[in-house]
Design a protein around this ligand. Structure first.
Ligand code: GLV
Ligand code: MN
Ligand code: MN
Length: 474
């Protein structure tokens, strides 16, 4: 019935590869393990049709326009170019959101915003009662970050919609572009805030009632200043039911060096590593840096320094290259050169593709914090695990669709793991999920040197567009 909406060459290739995808929907998802998804195919991908020349040419990405948008968006920043700093609900975040909503409108998407500012742009399918296929990412940026992290997955998704419109495609299932609120934990210490809430995280909803930022501004005051959360009672309306989408696909820069080093255009993500973050506070007596002799000190700063080294030790003890740990925040109070720190605050990020190994690092770090506090005569006033998430597996049928799309576009591709977390980690709880990676310069990310070529971005947009067609027609 959808035949009349589709140009012939494109239709041909979609039908050819669709059978591969449909066959896989029968697969038992419980058979999927991290090992299976370790980044190496356990079997050759099924053969798929070749892409006809006509259909390839109908997929034209406006590379120049997309680069211009990436550059323009990067100007909404609290730090000078080439760095980008765009913090949740800040003025720059609000301007950037407006910019995206404008583009969504120009692409003919109907826009909805939820109570925390997740933004949805919908292209209605010709069977609108079916669950939609979604794609998207984030535009918030950590301090002194780059201009591609997340942005490629939002602007790229809007451009994928434009590509499909230009090609004459008509979606069967509706297609939605999602801009997720606060993927980065910068302001309130909570990563993937928007997607965690979409996935129905009630504990998070409760904790938002009391959470404040470093300036003591509450989550709700900050949200209201940006035009959201006018009614605190509205928060449960953000939750989406499991099965709200038939598929979710996120396009993102790799944030690692593999694709560039191996000269491969497309990474097909099979699993996302398990992240955790912890906040620690030590309290000592402080005092005069000259007058208090060394044996009489209870230095909270040194306790923090010792714990930072302990994190590194416990991570290395795991024996796996996949275990990582970072102390990205270490603050001393009162912060004067001639005052012994009376308080210290650390924020620890640790991840692994193996959840148990990651949990062992957390337990050992906790033990170390207790021992260090005892030995140094300081108080461990807080050891709070902010999040301790399990890993997520991509859905095999979506992985297959992405592989088929790459193949039909004649783009080299490989299966790989995402060591960074993404909103996809939480979308996987309510929808089958997949991610498309593109190469980035030297794997740089979370710093101003982050860069992806427009050719690589355009390839990612094409793979996303073609994948969306397959998922939309299913
Ligand atoms: C995402 O920004 C991450 O830290 O992995
Ligand atoms: Mn990031
Ligand atoms: Mn990101």
């Amino acid at each position: 019935m959808f035949l009349k909406f589709f140009p012939t060459p494109l239709l041909f290739l979609l039908l050819c590869s669709l059978s591969t995808i449909l066959a896989d929907y029968d697969a038992d998802p419980t058979r999927s393990t991290m090992e299976q998804f370790s980044g190496y195919p356990t079997q050759e991908p099924d053969s798929v049709s070749s892409f006809s020349v006509d259909a390839v040419s109908s997929f034209s990405v406006d590379a120049q326009g997309l680069q211009k948008q990436i550059d323009e968006l990067s100007n909404f920043s609290d730090t000078p170019s080439p760095s980008v700093t765009r913090i949740l609900y800040s003025k720059m975040d609000v301007f950037a959101r407006r910019y995206i909503k404008n583009l969504m409108g120009l692409s003919g998407l109907s826009i909805r915003e939820d109570a925390v500012g997740n933004i949805f742009g919908r292209w209605e399918g010709y069977e609108p009662e079916l669950t939609a296929v979604a794609t998207g990412s984030h535009i918030d940026a950590i301090p002194y970050s780059g201009k591609y992290d997340g942005v490629v997955g939002v602007l790229g998704a809007i451009e994928a919609i434009n590509v499909l419109r230009r090609s004459g495609f008509k979606p069967r299932r509706s297609l939605e572009v999602i801009l997720f609120t606060s993927e980065e934990p910068t302001r309130f210490g909570i990563s993937c805030l928007g997607s965690r809430l979409l996935a129905g995280n009630e504990a998070l909803m409760k904790s938002l009632e009391t959470v404040v930022d470093s300036q003591n501004i509450s989550f709700f005051d900050a949200a209201r200043a940006a035009g959201y959360a006018n009614d605190e009672e509205d928060l449960p309306s953000v939750f989406l039911k499991k099965g709200s989408y038939s598929a979710f696909v996120e396009l993102h820069i790799e944030q690692g060096p593999i694709l560039e080093e191996e000269g491969i255009s497309i990474g097909i993500v099979t699993a996302i590593a398990a992240p955790a973050s912890i906040k620690v506070d030590f309290e000592g007596n402080g005092g005069h840096a000259g007058a208090v002799l060394m044996p009489n000190r209870n230095d909270a700063g040194l306790a923090a320094a010792e714990l930072a080294l302990a994190v590194e030790k416990h991570v290395l003890e795991s024996g796996s290259i996949d275990t990582v740990g970072t102390v990205g925040i270490l603050e001393l109070h009162p912060g004067a050169i001639n005052s012994i720190p009376s308080k210290s605050h650390l924020e620890i990020d640790t991840r692994d593709i193996n959840e148990m190994r990651r949990n062992t690092v957390i337990e050992k770090t906790h033990q170390s914090a207790i021992t260090i506090a005892k030995n140094r005569g300081v108080r461990l006033s807080e050891f709070k695990i902010i999040n301790q998430d399990p890993p997520a597996l991509s859905d095999k049928s979506i992985t297959k669709a992405m592989q088929a799309a790459s193949q039909e576009l004649n783009l080299s591709h490989k299966l790989m793991i995402s060591r960074a977390y993404h909103d996809s980690l939480f979308m996987a709880r309510i929808s089958p999920m997949g991610m498309i990676f593109i190469p980035c310069y030297k794997g740089y990310s979370h710093k101003p040197e982050e860069y992806a070529s427009i050719e690589d971005i355009a390839n990612g947009v094409k793979v996303l567009a073609l994948t969306l067609t397959k998922l939309s027609l299913y």
